[in-house]
Design a protein around this ligand. Sequence first.
Ligand code: PNS
Length: 167
Amino acid sequence: MTGHRNLTALYPGSFDPVTLGHEDVAHRTLRVADRVVVAVAESAPETKQPAFTLQERLEMLREVFAGEDRIECVAFRGLLVDFARERGAEVVVRGLRAVSDFEYEFQMAQMNRELHPDLEFIFLTPGAELSFLSASLVREVARLGGDVSSFVSEPVFRRLTRRFQTS
Ligand code: PNS
């Protein structure tokens, strides 16, 4: 990014697992921010059990973004707004694939704004060829033995194969 803003954007999510769509959004974020902190959230107890542990999800993120020194991958527990404060992040990025994503994202952004009025949310759309992708569909296809190699990076593909071959 040009200028002297030195902007850090927080890109939070479950990343269960990280898909090519997530990777695309993170790389696009680097066009508008100096650094991206990809922040994998521990699942809320009331949500479904994730396919991968927090540690596994973090390891996959670190593997896929290994070559990018402006992308840092971390795990966080608790509220996103608290983590944003802790990291001094002013901007949160979320991917928006379709109108169907909008309602959930809008609701979360508004709630987060109530909790942290100085935090801004920006929404980036992935490449059109990735707009159908979701981690939950990737999990389902992998679980049922389908080929997900064109939806995730190699390290993620290997883990998915291992995970669902043995279960
Ligand atoms: O990839 P996801 O599952 O759509 O990501 C949702 C996520 C992790 C960004 C959201 O659940 C979150 O921010 N969790 C942290 C806890 C929190 O702050 N909850 C209140 C959200 S308004």
